[in-house]
Unconditional design. Structure first.
Length: 192
């Protein structure tokens, strides 16, 4: 049996070929479990993500930076999955301490602590992208300035406590931001 000329192919033949390709793609994705439907936004399988000891990491980082580092007591069900000390801007001495969490609702939220100015702290998160302030939020007596959060931008909250500046961002919702904001400013200061 020889292949018919292109002029003999119909829309029905094309639809059949596309249908077979779609079925094959769905079978491959189903076998690999690579596709999920999450109408509320991205979600993470917490069992498949790494877990770290955030209090131990923050205590270690406190010895490397000139500002007091707080160890937040996060809500039950949250898991720390990343941490580090990052250099800020061109100044090799300016650094921020970062720790990332997965909330009980499988959302990301990240806390940065540093002694750099607010504009520089904001640039750590946004790079050169300009992000406007939306307004202030008060959490347990601390004023947080909220940036972004419109469209696809994740909200960014920044607070200044005098000795340390805090930044919170992520895909979590406002109650989780509030929980981390309170835990950040009331957490125990790591020994130096």
């Amino acid at each position: 049996m020889s292949k018919p000329p292109r002029s003999a192919m119909s829309v029905r033949d094309m639809a059949g070929a596309v249908g077979i390709l779609v079925v094959l793609a769905l079978v491959v994705a189903g076998l690999g479990r690579a596709c999920t439907f999450a109408p509320g936004g991205p979600q993470v399988d917490q069992d498949a993500t790494p877990m770290i000891d955030a209090p131990a990491d923050l205590a270690r980082y406190a010895k490397e930076v000139p500002f007091p580092v707080r160890v937040p007591a996060v809500p039950a069900g949250w898991r720390a999955n990343s941490s580090g000390v990052d250099k800020v801007g061109g100044d090799s001495t300016a650094r921020v301490v970062r720790v990332g969490y997965l909330t009980a609702q499988h959302r990301f939220v990240r806390l940065l602590q540093g002694d750099v100015p607010e504009e520089q702290m904001l640039r750590v998160q946004t790079g050169t992208k300009a992000v406007g302030a939306v307004g202030p939020v008060d959490v347990a007596g601390t004023r947080w300035v909220v940036y972004g959060g419109q469209g696809n931008d994740e909200p960014i909250w920044i607070a200044d406590t005098g000795t340390t500046r805090y930044l919170i961002t992520g895909s979590a919702d406002e109650p989780d931001f509030r929980a981390l904001a309170q835990a950040a400013v009331t957490g125990a200061v790591a020994p130096r």
